[in-house]
Design a protein around this ligand. Structure first.
Ligand SMILES: [Zn+2]
Ligand SMILES: [Zn+2]
Length: 279
């Protein structure tokens, strides 16, 4: 099941991934994928973050390249155009216009950073333990607003906030609970991030919970929240890495997670966009 679909996949445009849409899609076809969603880090008007996301000027070319590949491979795989996009109220209209007017099929929420009202990015997480709380709470608030916005197919790596966690203290437990409960209430799925499995858990001799977090997914598995997986591929070679697929399967087994059919989630999402009058 882990090699049937992906809705989380990047291109060279973000500055920290390699190769282009066609390289990923042809690799996926070779390995029997049925659905391929391209979701590079969203290009934001007025924001330059080198090696984080591509420049806004790339938008038209990204869309054109997707359309070219979709036409070329339509008999072999279903393709979907998306972005991995941080929630921010300042970008709500822009995101809606991508879905409504620019042919985007979906967005996933990958909350790497937040934005202030001057469109300046800020990072939530810090390795300085005594300074973590404020960032964690801002992360929680933004993720929860993102879920409520209805704009997302699913929430990518909702457990990203464990990246600097040395111990699951009450604040980590509380945020876990709130994210899961909100996702259930608004019927938005959460993603086990397969790429996160490559992240080093030990840095400078200190062990971090990191993501995907066993704690987070064990808690999620006890509830009826919908869960999907996301490859988060940054190199076509990752599509065929058996060690990644195996590590993801191990995590799913260890935490008791049950995956929901992506087609169901996709259909519910399209219905939601119709209700919001975006589609
Ligand atoms: Zn990335
Ligand atoms: Zn991400």
């Amino acid at each position: 099941m882990l090699n049937e679909y992906v809705f989380h996949s990047h291109t060279f445009r973000c500055g920290h991934a390699v190769k282009d849409i066609e390289d990923y899609v042809t690799e996926a076809i070779k390995h029997g994928y049925k659905k391929y969603g391209v979701s590079d880090h969203v290009f934001l008007p007025g924001v330059i973050q080198e090696r984080v996301r591509g420049d806004y000027s790339l938008l038209g070319e990204y869309i054109d390249e997707f359309k070219r590949c979709k036409a070329l491979y339509e008999n072999q795989i279903e393709m979907y155009l998306g972005f991995e996009a941080e929630w921010s109220p300042y970008y709500k209209k822009y995101y809606e216009s991508l879905l409504r007017d620019r042919g985007f099929d979906y967005l996933i929420c990958g909350q790497h950073c937040g934005f202030n009202k001057d469109f300046e990015p800020f990072w939530y997480m810090t390795y300085e333990l005594d300074k973590q709380e404020q960032g964690l709470l801002r992360y929680r608030d933004d993720i929860i607003e993102g879920i409520k916005s209805g704009l997302y197919l699913y929430i990518a790596h909702p457990d990203l906030f464990f990246m600097c966690c040395t111990e699951v203290t009450p604040i980590y437990a509380q945020i876990t609970k709130e994210i899961i409960e909100t996702a259930i209430e608004y019927n938005v799925a959460l993603e086990v991030n397969i790429h996160g499995i490559l992240r080093e858990k030990i840095k400078n001799g200190i062990r971090y919970e990191e993501y995907p977090s066993d704690y987070f997914w064990t808690q999620a598995a006890k509830t009826k929240v919908k869960i999907v997986y996301g490859g988060d591929f940054h190199n076509p070679e990752e599509i065929v890495r058996d060690d990644l697929a195996q590590a993801a399967e191990d995590l799913i087994k260890r935490t008791g997670v049950h995956l929901t059919d992506i087609s169901l989630i996709y259909d519910e999402y399209q219905e939601r966009l119709k209700k919001l009058k975006i589609k």
